[in-house]
Design a protein around this ligand. Structure first.
Ligand code: UD1
Ligand code: UDP
Length: 353
């Protein structure tokens, strides 16, 4: 089996390593990085600290408009897939890198496997919603993280090649957690102890591009009863400056550069709660027993909301303020996304005759 795996953005590197490590020796994997993320803090740091090999190819596509970025990836991936002639193309998540690889693979006809299939926000303003719906409908095999994701695929008429594998990000977290707690010194560096701060991340265009929403989020976070550690994505840094919110943010929040996965897991593990608009971070909070306040109007991970570990507050200043101080008590945590064996299940899906 010859597999061509396409990654390109921060969450891909985290999702891909458990699967890469689970592949049997008889499988050959070629790892292609599109270059969608290129800053060291969004890319190289993950290759340095996670058990993932350096990419065989980096396409160096970089930033750009959706059409420009996706088209450049497709052009290069088309040539590469012709040259490598893989049996399987493996894609993760819902980014432009995911879509570009899926479109090329679907037309060149190797088996196309999509990990994290069946997620829906039902918000078509999100570029990711377009990417994930298209990718699901042109894939041969769909690895769904939850029963709800399987149901969504069925409701859209997709039955063949649908597998319930569980969430590969749970595997990643289980494999890294102890090392993160033992090795990361980020709390000492920032001067906090466990439970003495709130962690926040914001990077969705729906929040950063809209001055009103971004301002309401910053104002809501600024009312937090504890210091807010805020590792800021470059998109967010640029938006804060563009909207004239930079000083207000740096005065009221503890803004830092994005951190590597070990430091992020350590920060999340020690946080009193988390406020985020990230997809992956909502689940990581759930896995680490940290209450999550989601800065969005909807989520693809509805199960975490239904069981009370996550609350949707949108970009409503008062709701953010309230949910950052409300006492929370959780009943028992259900198993929603598998048992940390998704990578093995995914490898079985890839090789299933
Ligand atoms: C992308 C994904 C998003 C995912 C996120 C993970 C799409 C459409 N979006 O969003 O689903 O949640 O990655 O973090 O694929 N930039 C840098 N350095 C970098 C990369 C980006 O400065 O290394 C800046 C550039 O100004 C760029 C902007 O960030 O224009 C946005 O980058 P882009 O990759 O287009 O989207 P993300 O917001 O990172
Ligand atoms: N993450 C990280 N450092 C940070 C912020 C996030 O390593 O400073 C990790 C986080 O643990 C999660 C992933 O990046 O696994 C989520 O990526 P992001 O929020 O950028 O994307 P999304 O999940 O929303 O697509």
């Amino acid at each position: 089996m010859h597999i061509l795996t396409v990654v390109g953005a921060r969450p891909h590197f985290i999702k891909a390593f458990p699967v890469s490590n689970e592949l049997p020796d008889s499988y050959e994997e070629v790892l292609v990085h599109t270059g969608q993320h290129y800053d060291d803090v969004l890319s190289q740091v993950f290759f340095d600290e996670l058990p993932i090999p350096e990419p065989d190819y980096n396409l160096g596509v970089g930033s750009g408009g959706h059409a420009e970025q996706t088209a450049e990836m497709m052009t290069q991936l088309d040539a590469l897939i012709e040259q490598e002639a893989p049996d399987t193309v493996l894609v993760y998540g819902d980014t432009n890198s995911t879509l570009a690889a899926a479109l090329v693979a679907a037309k060149r006809s190797p088996q196309l496997v999509h990990v994290e299939a069946g997620l829906r926000s039902h918000n078509w303003e999100m570029p990711e919603e377009v990417n994930r719906v298209v990718t699901d409908h042109i894939s041969d095999r769909l690895c769904a993280p939850s029963k709800l994701a399987v149901k969504i695929l069925h409701d859209e008429g997709l039955f063949d090649g649908v597998y319930l594998t569980g969430d590969v990000m749970y595997d990643a977290l289980l494999q890294i957690k102890e090392r993160a707690l033992a090795q990361s010194t980020v709390l000492d560096e920032l001067g906090y102890a466990d439970g003495e701060y709130i962690l926040a991340t914001v990077h969705r265009p729906g929040n950063t591009d809209d001055e009103r929403r971004l301002s309401a989020i910053i104002e809501g976070l600024a009312t937090a009863p504890l210091p807010v550690v805020f590792p800021a994505h470059p998109r967010t840094v640029e938006a804060l400056q563009r909207h004239g919110l930079w000083e207000r943010t740096t005065d009221s929040l503890h803004l830092i550069d994005p951190v590597g996965y070990l430091d992020f897991v350590r920060l999340l593990h020690g946080a009193e709660r988390i406020a985020t608009d990230s997809g992956g971070v909502q689940k990581e909070a759930f896995y680490l027993d940290v209450h999550c306040v989601t800065l969005r109007d909807e989520t693809e991970w509805m199960e975490t909301v239904e069981c009370g570990w996550n609350v949707l507050v949108g970009a409503d200043r008062d709701a953010i303020s309230r949910e950052l101080r409300t006492e929370v008590s959780h009943s028992e945590k259900p198993t929603l996304y598998g048992g940390g064996t998704a990578a093995k299940e995914i490898v079985d899906v890839i090789g299933d005759q």
